[in-house]
Structure formats: structure tokens, C-alpha cells
Design a protein around this ligand. Structure first.
Ligand code: SF4
Ligand code: SF4
Length: 288
């Protein structure tokens, strides 16, 4: 599994970047997951978003504390946010910056890359000069520097899921892919004195981190609406299962979803992400 953490500011498209990356990975035949963490909800406030990509379905629902890749959309965050926290040896730090990657400070064994996504986004008319939307450019650079998705799948995901200026966003992604500068790790990970096992000693950040399996937390009492699935129209895409934040959906032997009511808090995310809209959120009396 590859775990990617995005750091940006509200309005730069960090959350859309993580979603687009997941969509592109899906088009590449992978099993993706993406989700945001918002602090203060206003333009310019720091925003973190996460993506996981694997060959198998991902059951993990926690935030990412030991990423393989960290992507920074705003270089101004480098001095104020501990963006490299938990970054694994052998991992990659990719920053939107006009500076060469040699200027980035990284932990031992971490690869560095920069791309001048701001200039590319402005050149393609994405966002404004004061708040350029750099996400598709950075994703193009990420595709080249990390190989987590192909540029072709990224371009297809942009076509499908970016409603505004898809042609310009595709071109920006291609420019990001072509112009990213990648530098070797400061100390190559294989030469580190003490081998670090994947996942060993992650730094646990302050804040709401799940430390027990989601399903063991009984959130049914929070529910005012209950999801009901019209299985006759279900395509078994499993989006509801992937996006449920409480692991409150399981799949039967045929791959159809089933709600685990003891764990469902009624947030309605499953209904919102269901492509054919086969999930209805109904009142408790209706559902009874
Ligand atoms: S409403 Fe849907 S997404 Fe939300 S907790 Fe229940 S099953 Fe999960
Ligand atoms: S998201 Fe909708 S169509 Fe897909 S598995 Fe869930 S209920 Fe079925």
C-alpha cells in the first residue's frame, strides 16, 4: 500500500487533488481511498488530505501518520507546518516551489522533488495570480516522481471529474509531469545505519485519531436518518463500502453491501457517493 498526505491551503485544491489521485488510481485498476481533514474552514487556512492506494481493498480508515509520499501545495507551509512528520525512509517529499529540490530539508533517506506548479497553473489560467489552483499540475509531477499513478489515468480522471477547464488542467498536469525535478535521497534509504521497518514508530499527532477498529465504536445512537439500499439497482461498485467513515458497511458473498446498523451514525456519506443513487436516507420511523 502507498500512503500519500497532501498539505495545502483552503482554495488551492488539496482535497480535490487527493480525490483526483484516488480516481486516477481506480482507473489504473488499483484500490484507492481518499479523505480530507479540515482545520479552520476558510480560504487560506491549512488543509490536510489523504490518499491510500493498494492492489487490494483497503480496510484502514485512520488518518495517515507515516506516509510514503508528502505533497506540499504551498511552500509557505514548510516553515509553519511539520509536513515531513512520519515520512518514511525511502519516501518522497514533493513541493510546489520554483527552487531546486536541493533546498528542501528532509529526514535521512527521503527523496526530494520540486515543481513550479504556481507558474504552470498561472500560465494555463487556473485560478488567479494570488490564488492559483495548482492541484492538477502537482498531480502530474507526482505521477512522474512517485509512479503511484500513470499520467494517462490522471488525464482520464481530469476529463471525467474536473468540471471546469479540463483541457487546461490536462495540459497543466502534462507540464507538471514534464518539468518535475527529482533528487536522490540525502542518504539513500538502503544505507541508513538502522533499518526502519515499514510502519515502525509512527509519530501519533495530537487530535482525533482512531486507536480501535471503527466498528467497535457503537455510534448507532447518533443516528437520526438510516441508509436504505435498493439492491435491485445496486451495481456493486462498492463506493459506499469504501467511503463509509465508520466501517459500517460490509459486503456479502456476492459483493452486495449491507449496513451494520450498530455502527452506522447516519452521516449519509454512503448515499452521497453512490453513483446510481440507490441509497436513500430515511427517517427512523420510516426505517423501523
Ligand atoms: S450513513 Fe452510510 S456512510 Fe454514514 S455511517 Fe452509516 S453506513 Fe456509513
Ligand atoms: S455505492 Fe451504491 S451502487 Fe455502489 S455498491 Fe454501494 S449501494 Fe451499490
Amino acid at each position: 500500500m502507498r500512503e500519500i498526505r497532501f498539505h495545502g491551503r483552503g482554495g488551492q485544491g488539496a482535497v480535490v487533488a487527493s480525490e483526483l489521485l484516488a480516481q486516477a488510481a481506480f482507473l489504473d485498476g488499483k484500490e484507492p481511498q481518499s479523505f480530507p481533514f479540515f482545520g479552520v474552514e476558510r480560504r487560506g487556512a491549512p488543509v490536510t488530505a489523504y490518499a491510500r492506494i493498494d492492489d487490494r481493498p483497503i480496510g484502514l480508515r485512520t488518518s495517515i501518520v507515516a506516509p510514503d509520499v508528502v505533497v506540499v501545495l504551498d511552500p509557505g507551509l514548510l516553515g509553519t507546518t511539520p509536513v515531513t512528520d512520519g515520512l518514511r525512509p525511502g519516501g518522497l517529499l514533493l513541493v510546489n516551489s520554483a527552487r531546486p529540490p536541493e533546498r528542501l530539508a528532509v529526514p535521512p533517506g527521503v527523496y526530494r522533488a520540486t515543481v513550479d506548479a504556481t507558474a504552470i497553473a498561472v500560465e494555463h489560467g487556473l485560478g488567479s495570480r494570488t490564488m492559483p489552483i495548482v492541484n492538477t499540475t502537482v498531480l502530474g509531477a507526482l505521477a512522474r516522481a512517485s509512479g503511484v499513478v500513470s499520467l494517462e489515468a490522471l488525464q482520464r480522471a481530469i476529463d471525467r471529474y474536473v468540471p471546469s477547464r479540463p483541457r487546461e488542467n490536462r495540459a497543466a498536469a502534462a507540464d507538471g509531469f514534464a518539468s518535475v525535478r527529482l533528487l536522490d535521497a540525502v542518504v539513500p534509504p538502503e544505507r541508513l545505519a538502522v533499518p526502519v521497518a515499514p510502519g515502525a514508530s509512527p509519530t501519533i499527532p495530537e487530535g482525533p485519531v482512531a486507536t480501535v477498529p471503527s466498528r467497535s465504536i457503537r455510534t448507532a445512537a447518533w443516528r437520526t436518518l438510516t441508509p436504505e439500499i435498493e439492491l435491485a439497482r445496486c451495481t456493486r461498485c462498492n463506493f459506499c463500502w469504501k467511503y463509509c467513515p465508520d466501517d459500517a458497511i460490509e459486503l456479502d458473498a456476492q459483493g452486495f453491501p449491507r449496513i451494520v446498523l450498530d455502527s452506522c451514525k447516519g452521516c449519509g456519506i454512503c448515499a452521497a457517493v453512490c453513483p446510481p443513487r440507490t441509497i436513500a436516507m430515511v427517517g427512523l420511523e420510516e426505517a423501523a
